[in-house]
Design a protein around this ligand. Sequence first.
Ligand code: SF4
Ligand code: SF4
Ligand code: SF4
Length: 575
Amino acid sequence: MDLSGQLAKLFKPNERPHPAEAELSVAQGAANTAKDFDWLDRNIPCQKACPAGTDIPGYLTAIAEERPEDAYRINLRDNIFPGILGRVCSRPCESACRHGYEGLGEPVAICASKRSAADESPTDPVILEPYFPPTQKSIAIIGSGVAGLAAARELALLGHTVTVYEKHTEPGGMLNQGIPEFRLPRDLIQQEIKQVIALGITLHCGVTIGTDIPLHQLIDQHDAVIAAAGTLKPNQPNLPGQTLPGIRHGLDFLLEAHTSGTTVGKRVIVIGGGYTAMDCARTARRLGGQVAELNDGKLLIAYRRTRDDIRVIPDELEELDHESIPLECSATPLAYLETDGALSGMRFQRTGTDETFELPADTVLLATGQTPDTDWQQNLTHPNLFLVGDYATGATDLISAIGHAKKTVTEIDHFLMGTHRRTPRVQVQTASAIGRTEAMDQLPRNAMPTLPLEQRTTTAEVETGYETPAALTEAQRCYRCNYKFEIEQDKCIKCDWCLKAKPHENCILMLKTITYDDAGKATDWESTERVREMNLIWINSDACTRCGACITACPVDAISLQKVTLTHENTGEPS
Ligand code: SF4
Ligand code: SF4
Ligand code: SF4
């Protein structure tokens, strides 16, 4: 290519105004325009998908750089329960991960990596620094499940005085009552709850609001009250024979299995297709004998939709298969069957057809969902009463409940203090390299090691966690989507060397035209294959896997590299 006439661009001064059409509003420092937040949302899909907004590339980088304690702290700050979520999160981030895009392999094992950071960090409580000094505002929280505790942690960091009321004898809600120990060790639950309580939170267990203390009294005594009472009212399908003994709700069954102990009959049907159904079935499998033994029709899950409709992570379904628990899909329950006054089976309809069939059972576990039990609230509403987590939204999952709690706490803090005291910012830092190699892109996803079937019991944790080498290579797989490669148009001499070096068809494009909105954000573009039609060369960051090939190839340093991070700053004085 003839470079005459272009060489002058080499001598462009580095100190020049930041172009309005740049992808971010600043080249360095804190940014806060819609364009900056939009860049984060489009470019870091895992963080966008996490309801708690976890800085996933930040902590994966820390793991890859052998700083697991830093990775743990990043998670702790963002999602409050890293060790717990590292085991039982529903992982919306992994479905969104760029590494899972078509042709790019499998998503990064984000959740298992979070766990590895927790496993490799000391078990001493990590106490975060509060954002603000004490405010003298007092908040009561009803319920100590993840939503209540997440709200408590966030409010305590904001300087408020927090008292949590729990009707059960120990805190944790669903963590203790709904999730089996073979998926979530109890000492870990206690350890991570202790970290929250250690921020100066007062916890009263065995106190039922509405019975021991009237709700209106709590409202009178505090500046705000949060109801985070979860969803404890089981949905009961209205079927003939529903009062027969042997029909139990899944959550009651799981709670008994974890506390006083329980038994199951010789033939068990679990109804449902969510995590509770899986947990009931795997617990019943253990109570019914050795997991390694032949199931032989003793236990199955009946689900009214198809296997593809089941709302659990793929690993969970794999473990179901591994533990020989069959799924009877497209099975809509019609009736319980009775023989001599006892439960003897269920009749089903093949969903979407007229076909009916019967299956034998002496135990039926109903995992058909639950709703908030609002009786204790007695329709009382008040401007100082806020609903949080599943109690507000209906049954979701742990990370959604945490995300909802964080969001609501922001509103409560504004309500109490009259100003937004924590403001999101987009922090932009010039970088020289990402610290990855091309070989890292080819690494396969590390499988989670598990216990052999013959060692599986109601308490032994099935997933045993990555060894250190697997934790490192898994974290190295992350592309670091929090880095931005951008061609500085006034430096680019359109030599096309980056186009020759690029690994993906559309990560760098020759453009005929590009349209920007008033904020300088690219809204539309027309690419071309013909050099003579090309007006600029442009990095399509949606398709960029941050390999760095272009920056290495560029002969005139026309490609800039920046690290982009979502932060929160203390702003605004209380009124
Ligand atoms: S590659 Fe890394 S930063 Fe990008 S979406 Fe996946 S986990 Fe997130
Ligand atoms: S860093 Fe450059 S070459 Fe690599 S994927 Fe991104 S745009 Fe393409
Ligand atoms: S950005 Fe690409 S086309 Fe522009 S000067 Fe660098 S290598 Fe050449």
